[in-house]
Each structure stands twice: as C-alpha cells, then as structure tokens.
Design a binder for this molecule. Structure first.
Ligand code: ZN
Length: 107
C-alpha cells in the first residue's frame, strides 16, 4: 500500500480513485468514509488516495499530475450549478449538492 494523493475533500479523493481504477490501478480512499468503520480516524481527516501496489506509483503520479494540470487551466476552476446555484469545483461534472450534471460550456 502506498499513498499517492491527499485530497481537498472526499469527492476529489473518489474522483482520483476512479481515474486510477479506470487506468487499471487498484486504489482505495482512506478518510471520511472509513470513520464509522475504523472509529479511530478524526472526523476532519483529509481523505487520502492509496494504491495497493507500490509498483504502480509512477503511473499513478503521472495520472494525478495530469488531473492537477487540468484543474489549473484558466476558466476551468469551477462552474455554477443552474439548478441550485452552488459553485462546483472542476473536474467534478456533477453538482455535489443536487446531482445536476454540468451544463455544456458555451465557448
Ligand atoms: Zn446543484
């Protein structure tokens, strides 16, 4: 087991985990979700993404670097949900508040 990412929030951690799994890298999220099970992790623990096989580490880091690069692109920081008005951080494509999909960008 090896930690590859410390996420700002649980949704981001889940997103990273899914991207790693899509790439064939077994990954799990340590953090808020496990609070009830473990009983030892503080409620405000930062969610972390771990990979099961440390040999996947370079590939995992490359994927995450690409993710972070997309995140920093101008105009891609966030979008406003047309349904509930919440600001949603990219690359989340679904409103965290009401599950409304991100509208098409008109550029
Ligand atoms: Zn919403």
């Amino acid at each position: 087991m090896k930690r590859v990412y410390r996420a700002a929030h649980l949704l981001e951690a889940e997103l990273i985990k899914d991207q790693l799994r899509d790439a064939g890298i077994p990954a799990i999220v340590h953090g808020a979700l496990l609070t009830g099970i473990m009983g030892e992790i503080p409620v405000d623990a930062t969610p972390e993404v771990w990979i099961e096989d440390s040999r996947d580490y370079p590939r995992a880091r490359a994927l995450i670097a690409a993710y972070e690069k997309r995140l920093r692109q101008p105009g891609h920081g966030h979008w406003r949900c047309p349904n509930c008005g919440e600001e949603v951080e990219l690359p989340l494509e679904i409103c965290w508040n009401c599950n409304t999909p991100r509208p098409q960008r008109d550029d």
